[in-house]
Design a protein around this ligand. Structure first.
Ligand code: ZN
Ligand code: ZN
Length: 180
């Protein structure tokens, strides 16, 4: 089965191809584009931001970290159509557990109601939530996915600053931009 070149999720059907690679969503295609731009991000800045995010408090609940990228999976169906999604979130383990349990309940209530995809994919989405619940990113160090999030964020910011050098967020004298 095909796998998304950005998030490594299984692509069940279709996908978006760009530059010889296959992505599960438009979001992943755009992230991959920014990721390739992020080669310009200074390594020390990247490590600093990554460490701050990983050890910092959860952006969702404000509780203690470690913070990482956690995924939850959902499906809803109506007669002949099904819509299934995987939702990445930068949050703490507690918030992730909540989202994954909600994903299971959501899919079990709304997933089944189409033939054949609802019947086939509801167990798949429930299983993916269970796997994410028990085998999330290890807490000891930031995952590659979190590194990608930070890289993409920094690349987007650098891209913006390059596009609008006057209106960008560049402030002379700030210690962070002085290093670049
Ligand atoms: Zn993807
Ligand atoms: Zn949280």
């Amino acid at each position: 089965m095909a796998v998304c070149a950005y998030c490594s999720n299984t692509i069940l059907f279709g996908g978006i191809s760009a530059e010889g690679k296959l992505f599960c969503s438009e979001r992943c295609r755009e992230s991959a584009r920014l990721l390739s731009l992020s080669e310009k991000v200074p390594y020390r800045l990247l490590i600093k931001k990554l460490d701050e995010l990983h050890k910092g408090s959860c952006p969702k609940c404000g509780g203690a970290g470690p913070v990482d990228v956690h995924r939850s999976y959902r499906i809803c169906s109506a007669i002949v159509v099904s819509r299934w999604t995987n939702i990445p979130e930068v949050c703490c383990r507690k918030c992730a557990t909540k989202s994954q349990i909600l994903g299971i309940l959501y899919s079990l209530c709304l997933g089944w109601w189409s033939i054949p995809w609802g019947l086939i994919l509801t167990p798949v989405q429930v299983f993916q939530n269970l796997r994410a619940l028990f085998r999330g990113p290890p807490p000891g160090r930031p995952s590659v996915e979190l590194e990608h999030v930070v890289r993409v964020g920094l690349a987007a910011r650098i891209g913006q600053e390059a596009a609008n050098p006057k209106t960008g967020t560049h402030r002379s004298g700030s210690p962070e931009t002085a290093k670049i």
